[in-house]
Design a binder for this molecule. Structure first.
Ligand code: IPM
Ligand code: MN
Length: 356
């Protein structure tokens, strides 16, 4: 039997994205060798530099080209010479939408040895997952201006959700909670007291679907403002949180800082029936470009999530164990320039451990 093989598109992106992605690829290659699968990697130069050169964010053929891959590994998008919004919308959001990556999966897990700003909390307390809906809400671009540039200007930006979008995100979240097999508790994070249309829909579908299809999963509801409080005060309450796109964006940055920040936090833009894309949650940190001081672990963790989603569970677990060993016993800090190792040395530390 020929061994399992995966076609992976690699978009290193801007700033420190490519150097972090290189370390993730290093670790993935070692994992492939050890666990006997094959990776066929293709690089794409999408990002700020290409845009400044060609005046085109991504070619129109790019999305169809990317559809041919099993998965996408993304570094970071964001260039100091490009106006904010152009690359984010033109690359990141475009791919999320066009590839219908309707789930943004963001684990919030504190690894051993990692400092958290939450006093008296440790790895046993901070270990939950946020399922952020990734295609609707304020992100659809519905809205506009009228009387722009006058004192009577009006700007409208609307939260948009269809039953279909809500139901598929909730079903994924229930199934994920069941498969995770921990507290079997799914918390809906909303704002039913104010957003009485959008989160009314979410809440109705949540309880209907939960009662009918997932009676083994306990359901909880929190308003988004309260969610932020409890994520700080009692993170151990959470198992899986499901929420809309905008709240999900906000609460996952809060979650990320409680797990040690942008040096470690990773996420997956998932289309369970299509092509998914994995990325560090943080930005391109352009000021550190090329210095070899940036922490590549978030990119390594993105690669780990990619393997998990592709079905290489053992390889993914081995990478996570290796990362935990490195945070627990090697790194002085997760911050750029303070790790006690260079970017590529951190990649080597993980790779050695994955090699076994
Ligand atoms: C994220 C980012 C993006 C988002 C930006 C860059 C468009 O903040 O992945 O969380 O808002 O989704
Ligand atoms: Mn964000």
């Amino acid at each position: 039997m020929s061994k399992q093989s995966y076609r992976i598109a690699v978009i290193g992106g801007d700033g420190t994205g490519p150097e972090c992605t290189a370390e993730a690829v290093k670790v993935l290659k070692v994992a492939a060798k050890r666990f006997n699968f094959k990776l066929d990697l293709t690089d794409f130069d999408f990002g700020g530099a290409r845009y400044l050169r060609t005046h085109e964010v991504i070619p129109d053929s790019a999305v169809d080209e990317l559809r041919k891959f099993d998965s996408i590994l993304l570094g970071a998008i964001g260039h100091p010479d490009v106006k904010p919004g152009i690359l984010e919308k033109g690359i990141l959001l475009r791919l999320r939408f066009d590839l219908d990556q309707y789930i943004n999966l963001r684990p919030v897990k504190l690894y051993p040895g990692v400092e958290t700003p939450l006093r008296n909390k440790g790895p046993a307390d901070i270990d939950y997952v946020v399922v952020r809906e990734n295609t609707g809400d304020l992100y659809t671009g519905a809205g506009g201006f009228s009387m722009k540039g006058t004192p009577h200007e009006v700007a409208i930006q609307t939260s948009v959700y269809s039953y279909h979008q809500v139901a598929r995100a909730l079903r994924y979240a229930f199934e994920y909670t069941r498969a995770r097999g921990r507290k079997k508790t799914l918390a809906l994070c909303g704002k039913t007291n104010v957003l009485t249309f959008v989160y009314d829909l979410w809440e109705r579908v949540f309880h209907e679907m939960g009662a009918k299809e997932f009676p083994d999963i306990k359901r909880e509801y929190y308003h988004v403002d309260a969610t932020c409080m409890w994520m700080v005060k009692n993170p151990e309450w959470f198992d899986v949180i499901v929420t809309g796109n905008m709240f999900g964006d906000i609460i996952t940055d809060l979650g990320a800082i409680t797990q040690g920040g942008m040096g470690i936090a990773a996420g997956g833009n998932i289309n369970p029936e299509g092509v998914s894309m994995f990325e560090p949650i943080g930005g391109s940190a352009p000021k550190y470009t090329g210095q070899g001081v940036i922490n590549p672990l978030a990119a390594v963790c993105a690669g780990m999530m990619m393997l998990d989603t592709l079905g290489q569970k053992q390889a993914a677990q081995t990478i996570e164990q290796a990362v935990m060993d490195v945070t627990a016993h090697k790194l002085k800090s997760l911050a750029a320039g303070k790790m006690g190792y260079s970017t590529s040395q951190v990649g080597d530390l993980v790779a050695e451990r994955v090699a076994g």
